[in-house]
Ligand binder design. Structure first.
Ligand SMILES: O=C(O)CCC(=O)C(=O)O
Ligand SMILES: [Fe+2]
Length: 331
């Protein structure tokens, strides 16, 4: 990665050894040979970093490459064509195309210089965040390739989630029971090349935590993802071949009474190139209640959260970040 131009000093990150965002080999979780070992490692990392790379995840390289190709072909379409499937036309489904600056995850501080496309799998289930996708007419293989990619992500997420349950001394299917029809979003992201000095007021994606349970991210070779550590320092999470970046979201932090961290992160694309990434998000069922786990409380450490539903939390966070939802009443 070449840093081709000056960067606002407030945006600098400290490159540290990969140990800071650890790499976990999940081969024995994927093939079932030593689930417990991987679960313990994931648990330790969730309690310290909240972010980790996974290696030996079993997702074919050819499928990941195909998903990137479809994303690039889609974002290369004329704006008017993409804008026909704008998320604002999707009603409560909240799927489709999101132009630059239409979603700002840290709106007080920065505008997000990114465009997105969101799709889901469950097109018949009836609840907000579910329903028909808004699919583009081109590229022709967009729908089948991305649905396949999304399905693979869901399978992988379920394995990781069972490991998270085991790491908390819960039955492997503890969370799965609250994820019969989970809200999922497969997002495609395009961060256009930023010209001139990159300033904090306008970066790829502003500082935020993820709203859901778990995120699995494929990032291209251009870098730019930064993760905030306990001291408030920004640590780079550079691309590593044949890995995904996994992070836990707000729902896990609530379930675990802050034991596991929903870590703040952002993207600053100083590569001088267009950057693409493919984050997959999984929450719980829309109506599932997110409440502090009993085994994460004690007399000295009472519950720090009052229960809420998964859908309620996601919708609140959307209202804060989507221009077209500003001012919407939230239950
Ligand atoms: O593009 C990335 O590397 C991260 C994106 C992200 O944080 C998000 O979509 O929530
Ligand atoms: Fe994120």
């Amino acid at each position: 990665m070449n840093t081709t131009h000056a960067i606002d000093p407030r945006l600098s990150s400290r490159y540290t050894s990969f140990d800071e965002v650890p790499v976990i080999d999940i081969g024995s979780l994927v093939d079932g040979s030593d689930i417990e070992k991987v679960a313990q490692e994931i648990g330790r990392t969730c309690a310290t970093v909240g972010f980790f790379y996974i290696r030996n995840h079993g997702v074919p390289r050819s499928l990941i490459d195909a998903a990137y190709s479809q994303a690039q072909a889609f974002f290369n379409l004329p704006f008017e064509e993409k804008n026909r499937i704008n998320i604002t036309n999707s009603g409560p489904t909240l799927r489709g195309y999101i132009p630059t600056f239409a979603e700002n995850v840290d709106p007080e501080k920065s505008r997000d210089f990114k465009e997105c496309f969101d799709l889901g799998l469950d097109e018949t289930h009836v609840a907000p965040f579910f329903g028909p996708n808004l699919m583009p007419e081109r590229p022709v293989d967009f729908k089948p390739v991305l649905e396949r990619y999304h399905s693979e992500m869901l399978l992988l997420a379920r394995k990781l989630i069972s490991a998270i349950a085991l790491s908390l001394n819960l039955p492997a299917d503890y969370f799965a029971k609250l994820q019969q029809h989970p809200i999922t979003v497969q997002r495609l992201l395009h961060y256009p090349a930023q010209e001139g000095e990159v300033r904090e007021e306008e970066i790829g994606i502003g500082a935020h935590t993820d709203y859901g349970f778990l995120t699995i991210l494929a990032q291209d070779a251009n870098g730019g993802l930064q993760v905030q550590n306990k001291e408030g320092e920004w640590i780079s999470a550079p691309p590593i071949e044949n890995t995904f970046v996994v992070n836990i979201g707000d729902l896990v932090q609530t379930f675990t009474n802050d034991l596991y961290k929903s870590t703040v992160h952002r993207v600053i694309n100083t590569s001088g190139q267009a950057r693409y990434s493919l984050p997959f998000f999984i929450d719980m069922d829309y109506d599932a209640v997110v409440d502090v786990l009993q085994n994460c409380t004690s007399e000295d450490n009472p519950a720090r959260y009052t229960p809420y539903t998964s859908g309620q939390h996601k919708f609140r966070r959307y209202v804060n970040s989507y221009a077209h939802l500003k001012g919407t009443q939230v239950a």
